[in-house]
Design a protein around this ligand. Structure first.
Ligand SMILES: Nc1ncnc2c1ncn2[C@@H]1O[C@H](COP(=O)(O)OP(=O)(O)O)[C@@H](O)[C@H]1O
Ligand SMILES: [Mg+2]
Length: 591
């Protein structure tokens, strides 16, 4: 329940919708119990009129009594009908206010969660898998909405209706009221018990359903592998097994639900029998009328609904609390990266002093005591084996993680004091792992801009040497890629990704091994274009081919997170160390 308190701010926000909603609940319930009183009057009227009718036996007036009796019964019928209509109208208003509000809050909550996700750092996204994050923003919010809407509505309804009915019963005859109400607590206990079983079985179904859908999702993602290894039959068999399990747990639920209603009706009929029996004695004692018995039977039957919804509402509350707990866990997670406050234009000078970094989740020390400096407009190249920490360094330069030791400064400002938004928007990073959105090529290239500027998109594509490929597609820059579009080759994707960084025209460019999937001829073309673009810009060039970087102003050779050699291409060649060896090896491979 403590967890659900988080939602109170939303109740406050929508209070002018919720307060009338509660009033509508009370009014509709009032109209709900009035018919019982009308029916009592009608019953008593029937008895009186029959007596009167007998009295006038043989008189002319008898006919008149009969007529008056008929029209008054008709009137009572009409009143009951009107009351039912009024009740319906207010029920409609009740749903329109409370259920509608729950939808508004659901919308607000989803936005809040989504926006919060966007603010979290890389470490969070590595720790939590996508399915879990999606679930909290969808399925859990859905459970919470059930609390905000139906659960609260029926909870108020149950309380109001029970109080009104019990009050009405005691007002007529306390003794009869006590006896009639006797089976109700037993009924509630039985309902609570069965409801627990129903909940357990529903959860089982949910779990099996999510297993089943994960299975299907993975099958479709990996369909190529499944087909090439001819494992279709095997997958079908596994699917059938999972489906059978789902079928079994579903039937378990249906079975218990099937006994639920008959059992309730059975228990309610006990109340009715008691009412008729005790009521009959009271009538013959003359304390109540026959109409009161009819009235009581209606009350007792009306109490079935609160008794049933009590159990249902309890389970909705419990589920919502569990879901809100999961949502709160994520909402309370704060990014480890504390945003800075300065948002100045970067000149392009970068200074890295003695930095060390260990990945918090794996404990792998990726960078150790690393230092270097780049003057504005210069090119720094980083080369080294896979796993030597090159990509980690690129991420640190964008402050995707904070360093454990040492400092990174841009234009003499510590990276921690710069607004991350400002920093990242002034750096063009081409990541090692290309990711393109399921959108058009033009949208993907202009991702870093607010609008699609076609001349700039085309120029960026030309600079990245992918223009010719794009215009050869039927739809050119409007070609969709991803899920329902075409699939680009690895090299084409890398070049689109380069164009995306270039279009921003940033002062600092970082290329993380982004030419690995292009052939040497294209690589040369890109490098030629880049040398023009890079003039005056600070560039960090991460590569594993020496041919890519030999013109850099300064080259760093990384190994296990440390600098093992550095200098210009010529200096490193004369050193005859790792760099030289790598050069020889790559020369051999090329030939
Ligand atoms: N997100 C991560 N979480 C934990 N360890 C990582 C992560 N990324 C990389 N590493 C580890 O850090 C080391 C350096 O990796 P990386 O910077 O990707 O090297 P490179 O780019 O030079 O191939 C490797 O040992 C790698 O296993
Ligand atoms: Mg890498």
């Amino acid at each position: 329940m403590k967890e659900l308190a988080y939602l109170n701010k939303y109740f406050y926000k929508y209070r002018w919708k919720l307060i009338p909603g509660v009033l509508f609940v009370i009014i509709s319930n009032y109209f709900g119990i009035l018919p019982a009183k009308v029916i009592r009057e009608a019953f008593d009227l029937v008895k009186d009129n029959i007596d009167l009718y007998r009295l006038y036996d043989g008189f002319e007036r008898q006919e008149l009594v009969y007529k008056v009796f008929g029209s008054s019964l008709f009137l009572f019928g009409a009143i009951v009908l009107i009351l039912a209509l009024l009740r319906g109208v207010f029920l409609f208003f009740m749903r329109q206010t409370i259920i509608l509000t729950s939808r508004h809050i659901e919308y607000d909550l989803k936005n809040e969660i989504y926006n919060h996700y966007q603010e979290l750092d890389f470490a969070f996204f590595r720790k939590n898998n996508t399915g879990d994050m999606m679930n909290r923003a969808t399925e859990d919010v859905n459970q919470v909405r059930n609390y905000l809407g139906p659960a609260i509505m029926y909870a108020i309804n149950t309380v109001v209706l029970s109080i009104m009915i019990i009050y009405a019963m005691y007002a007529v005859n306390p003794k009869l009221a006590t006896y009639s109400l006797l089976p109700i607590p037993i009924l509630s206990v039985v309902i609570l018990f069965i409801n627990k079983i129903i909940n357990k079985r529903s959860e089982k179904i949910q779990r099996q359903l999510s297993t089943l859908s994960s299975f299907v999702q993975e099958t479709f993602s990996g369909i190529r592998v499944i087909k090439t290894y001819a494992r279709e039959q095997d997958k079908m068999k596994s699917f059938a097994e999972e489906s059978n399990l789902y079928n079994k747990v579903s039937l378990d639920l249906v079975r218990i639900q099937a006994v639920f209603f008959p059992l309730i009706i059975f228990l309610i009929s006990f109340s009715t029998i008691i009412t008729v029996y005790i009521g009959g004695i009271e009538v013959s004692n003359g304390t109540i009328t026959a109409g009161n018995i009819a009235e009581f039977i209606i009350y007792v039957n009306q109490l079935t609904f609160p008794a049933m919804s009590l159990a249902w509402v309890t389970s909705l509350f419990q589920r919502a609390a569990a879901s809100q707990k999961r949502i709160n866990e994520f909402l309370k997670t704060q990014s480890n990266i504390k945003d800075g406050s300065q948002a100045s234009i970067l000149n392009g000078s970068i200074k890295v002093e003695n930095i060390s970094f260990t990945y918090p989740d794996t404990g792998i020390k990726a960078i150790t005591n690393l230092s270097f400096e780049i003057a504005p407009g210069k090119t720094l190249a980083i080369i080294g084996k896979t796993g030597s920490g090159k990509s980690t360094l690129a991420n640190l330069l964008l402050r995707m993680y904070d360093v454990d030791k040492g400092t990174i400064t841009y234009d003499n400002t510590n990276i921690k004091n710069i607004k991350t938004n400002s920093l990242r928007s002034q750096i063009g990073l081409v990541p090692q792992q290309v990711f393109l959105f399921s959108d058009t090529i033009a949208s993907n290239i202009s991702f870093g801009l607010d609008t699609i500027d076609y001349p700039r998109v085309e120029q960026a594509a030309k600079d990245a040497a992918v223009y010719d490929n794009i215009i050869n597609f039927e739809d050119g820059f409007e070609t969709s890629i991803g899920e329902r579009g075409i699939t680009l080759s690895g090299g084409q994707k890398q070049r689109v990704s380069i164009a995306r960084a270039l279009i921003k025209d940033p002062q600092i460019l970082i290329f993380d091994d982004c030419l690995s999937a292009v052939d040497t001829k294209t690589e040369e073309e890109i490098l030629r274009n880049l040398s023009k673009i890079m003039a005056g810009k600070t560039t960090v060039f991460i590569a594993h081919r020496i041919s890519t970087i030999k013109n850099a102003d300064h080259i760093i050779v990384l190994d296990e997170g440390r600098i093992i050699e550095q200098g210009t291409h010529n200096e490193l060649m004369t050193l005859k160390g790792e760099y030289f060896e790598l050069h020889e090896k790559q020369l051999l491979e090329a030939n």
